[in-house]
Design a protein around this ligand. Structure first.
Ligand code: UD1
Length: 439
């Protein structure tokens, strides 16, 4: 596993203007992996997890579970064997998990297995207020006492956990997964109502069922969980990442290219495919591939983010950046988070026009972007700015790529394989070398 302590500050340098062309293999779903790697500690036997994306967030979770004593064996960069038998502590320190919000899954997993968890409050991308009140309400409904202690540590504990009916006031991916984790070894039945339906919810449920849990209805808004006494050894392969695939699809659209995303589940990409078609792209679906052929000039459209099967909030910045090059005016409404347009100011440096009013950005498409120096405000917005740079004339530098590396495996390598001129550089000399080589 990787540590971040000794790393230098890196940025991407991009020379735009080359259409992306070819095939790209999509990695395992980061958001499924985080729930699954947390859940893997719930058995006292080895659990093999395959297709784990090699990204910073999964390394943070792996380090955190190793830190409390779980066995973590790296078979290869995408396969791990986890064994929860040797866990000696239920205390996850802030230093170990401050960088990712999904550390909250360790509360559900530890509470579910040991009836106690002390986990530092989540970090992650700064995209508006992201409370965890529904997670806490759910744990309490199962019989846990939950306190937020000094230093922002969540302390949850219970004599025993008992199944309950839990209604979520809002559709929440995190709360749904966390309650599946906490309830799968509780006594009796739990019903989760108004549950999230994202593909990664189904994946975590399938994974827990492979370990002996009894979870039904994942993928619908009512999930029924029959508590089991213990979970056992399993081997499981994580589904492909919907958002990584969507990002490359938009990459094809924005550069006027022709890209086939491989090893994907086309159904999970339907909302993205539909919007790209509205924007003038051609989409060809195979059994496990989606090919996107860009248009001569994209056309404007309106988009509203919604929980699955709606258009994913995690694709909002990428598609908005493509709309900023489309003919006409587009309206993008963000209805899941309340501060997810911070990249619009960065895009303006490249010549993009967007006006944010409340939860909507009004975008006036321009004919071209020009390369500029920008900073990634968060994971998905960072990826969106890279796409903008690939479409821009001239050179761009994207700083703070550590955000992008949280969720994209070998982003620059995969883009290069599609013909992009992009490189990671850590100082001006390297940037200059890239300019000379490609200019
Ligand atoms: C997960 C994803 C994230 C994605 C988001 C929405 C992971 C690790 N992250 O985040 O990439 O953008 O789903 O698809 O899987 N809310 C509350 N109280 C709660 C929980 C959530 O009010 O207790 C609100 C949030 O502030 C937000 C909305 O519910 O407005 C949806 O959030 P949620 O689905 O929980 O997002 P995350 O699980 O944090």
């Amino acid at each position: 596993m990787k540590s971040e302590e000794t790393e230098t500050v890196e940025e991407y340098i991009v020379k735009g203007g080359t259409p992306l062309k070819g095939e790209v293999r999509i990695s395992g779903a980061k958001n499924a992996a985080l729930g699954i790697l947390a859940g893997a500690i719930m058995a006292d036997e080895p659990v093999t997890v395959e297709n784990v994306p090699d990204v910073r967030d999964t390394h943070v979770i792996l380090n955190a579970i190793e830190g409390v004593g779980a066995g973590v064996k790296e078979v290869d960069k995408n396969t791990y064997i986890i064994n929860g038998k040797s866990i000696h502590s239920i205390d996850i320190q802030y230093e170990q998990v401050k960088k990712i919000r999904a550390s909250y899954y360790l509360i559900g997993a530890l509470l579910g297995k040991y009836h106690e968890a002390k986990v530092a409050l989540p970090g992650g991308c700064d995209i508006g207020s992201r409370p965890i009140d529904m997670h806490i309400k759910g744990f309490k409904a199962l019989g846990a006492e939950v306190d937020i202690m000094a230093g922002g540590v969540v302390w949850a504990r219970a004599e025993k956990l008992t199944g309950a009916n839990i209604y979520f006031d809002m559709v929440s991916v995190g709360a749904t997964i966390n309650l599946m984790l906490a309830a799968c070894m509780a006594e009796g039945d739990t019903i989760l109502e108004n549950a999230a339906k994202e593909p990664h919810i189904v994946d975590v449920a399938n994974f827990l069922n492979a370990m002996g849990a009894s979870i039904k209805g994942a993928g619908t808004d009512v999930i029924r969980i029959k508590g089991v006494e213990k979970l056992h050894s399993a081997t499981y392969s994580i589904i492909p990442d919907q958002i990584e695939a969507g990002t490359f699809m938009v990459g094809a659209a924005i550069t006027g290219g022709d890209v086939t995303v491989c090893d994907v589940i086309p159904k999970h990409l339907e909302s993205i495919s539909a919007k790209l078609m509205e924007m003038g792209c051609t989409i060809e679906e195979g059994d496990d591939t989606v090919r996107v052929i860009g248009a001569k000039r994209l056309t404007s459209t309106n988009i509203k983010t919604l929980p699955y099967p709606g258009f994913p909030t995690d694709m909002q910045p990428q598609i908005a950046v493509a709309l900023a090059l489309a003919k006409g005016t587009s309206m993008v409404t963000e209805s899941v988070f309340d501060n997810r347009f911070r990249y619009i100011d960065e895009l303006a440096r490249m010549g993009g026009h967007g006006k944010v009013e409340g939860n909507t950005v009004y975008i006036d498409g321009v004919e071209k972007f020009s390369g500029a120096q920008v900073a990634a405000p968060d994971l998905r917005a960072g990826a969106a700015l890279v796409l903008a740079a690939l479409a821009a004339e001239g050179f761009s530098e994207i700083e703070d790529i550590i955000y992008i590396q949280r969720g994209y495996e070998d982003f620059d390598g995969k883009l290069r394989s599609l013909g992009a001129s992009i490189q990671i550089v850590s100082d001006d000399r390297e940037a200059q070398k890239f300019r000379l080589k490609t200019g």
